[in-house]
Design a protein around this ligand. Structure first.
Ligand code: ADP
Ligand code: GN1
Ligand code: MG
Length: 369
């Protein structure tokens, strides 16, 4: 917990700090909602400490974010969007004119206007939400596609290189505390039994069949804010991993987070299933905004991408459990192992329904084309 009254003066807020409290359920950064007084009116902002253990160069990361958010705002204004500033993150400058500020302890902070009348969901509630979220992520990719200038910095190299994630698991197993290794025996087997799957998309990228594009790379459902009234995707947030990637990583993570019947860390794995209606809704939403730029190989791997990203995320939770919970924020002992078990239960649910998912891709993409 940080003292936000010491962070507020680092930014050009033009309003008086009132109070702040930890906000949201992200696993990486320290996020605070901060209320300010502006001539008797209360307005709120998001102050965020960037996790510099995860993101080694926060200032370079902020340069990526500045480029992406400026470009998005320019496009929205050009299109005459009535709510342009609610449709993209915009950064509030620091007192010395940067999109970030460094506190006396060396932490890197940023500030965003709070997007009102919208929220992100840890657990999906309706088909409509799936459709709107996927449409918004597709629109984000479309917008990022014509980002001018040099290639974006890779804020985490090989972030979705699944074979390398499996290698990292292998190394973690070798170094792990024996009790943890024993507790995770069954999950380790699940991961290594799917070694071939881990290579499928990286092989397609290497052969050029799947192109590199600017993608979000962390498209979990709570990283898009949906309008409180209409459920429309208002604003894509959490842009730390927006960098060169594959659309399959983005679509796959939507499947991982919008199609299970439970939360990401459900302990009762017997409750974990796959909602095909939600998968179909994701396809409808995503293809409505992305079909104009996807190639056939990308479309043909949309169902598989859900399996891949679920496997990869399970591997990452498992690795973190074996390494002693050093990456993802956890709320209880064994939390990362629970998350891994939930991912692997969902993985099996996908495997059981993959042929139906493949059929849906062909039907929905045929209708959209
Ligand atoms: P993390 O990388 O830790 O997931 P996020 O950037 O996703 O951090 O922020 C954590 C949570 O804070 C989000 O899930 C969302 O609920 C909330 N949040 C972040 N930015 C905003 C914003 N500009 N307006 C409203 N809520 C926000
Ligand atoms: C993290 O930052 P957040 O909570 O939106 C992670 C994602 C994982 C996700 C699992 C930078 O996302 O890659 O899929 O947790 N982000 C980073 O819930 O590692
Ligand atoms: Mg997040």
């Amino acid at each position: 917990m940080h003292d936000l009254s010491r962070i507020a003066p680092l930014f050009d807020m033009r309003a008086d700090f009132v109070h702040a409290y930890p906000y949201g359920s992200g696993h990486i950064n320290d996020t605070y909602c901060a209320w300010y007084d502006l001539a008797g009116h209360r307005i709120r902002y998001i102050h965020q400490r960037i996790n510099h253990k995860v993101f080694k160069d926060p200032v370079a990361l902020m340069r990526n974010i500045e480029r992406v958010t400026r470009h998005a705002l320019e496009r929205l204004v050009e299109q005459g969007h009535p709510e342009a500033r609610r449709r993209t993150l915009t950064t509030i400058p620091s007192v010395d004119g940067h999109a970030w500020a460094i506190d006396p302890e060396g932490n890197c902070w940023r500030t965003y206007p709070f997007i009102e009348r919208a929220r992100g969901y840890d657990e999906i509630q309706s088909e409509k939400q799936a459709e709107e979220a996927a449409k918004a992520f597709g629109e984000f990719q479309k917008l990022a596609a014509d980002l001018p200038g040099e290639r974006l910095l890779e804020t985490i190299p090989n972030f979705h290189h699944t074979p390398k994630r499996l290698e990292a698991l292998e190394q973690a197993i070798a170094k792990a505390d024996p009790q943890r290794r024993e507790a995770a025996k069954a999950e380790i087997e699940v991961a290594f039994a799917r070694e071939d799957d881990t290579r499928r998309v990286t092989d397609l990228i290497e052969s050029g069949e799947v192109p590199e594009r600017v993608t979000h790379n962390d498209t979990k459902l709570n990283n898009v804010l949906l309008d409180d009234v209409t459920s429309e995707g208002v604003c894509v947030i959490d842009l730390d991993t927006t960098m060169p990637g594959s659309v399959l990583y983005d679509f796959g993570d939507m499947v991982r987070t919008a199609c299970p019947t439970t939360r990401e860390d459900e302990v009762d794995v017997s409750r974990i299933g796959l909602r095909l209606d939600r998968f179909e809704a994701l396809l409808r939403g995503y293809l409505s905004s992305a079909s104009s730029f996807l190639n056939q190989t990308e479309v043909d791997h949309l169902a598989f991408s859900g399996k891949l990203l679920t496997l990869e995320c399970g591997i990452r939770f498992l690795t973190d459990f074996l390494e002693g919970d050093v990456y993802f924020k956890t709320k209880r002992p064994g939390h990362n192992l629970d998350r891994c078990r939930a991912q692997f239960a969902f993985l099996k649910a996908i495997e059981a329904k993959l042929p139906q998912m493949e059929d849906m891709v062909q039907t929905v993409s045929g209708k959209v084309a």
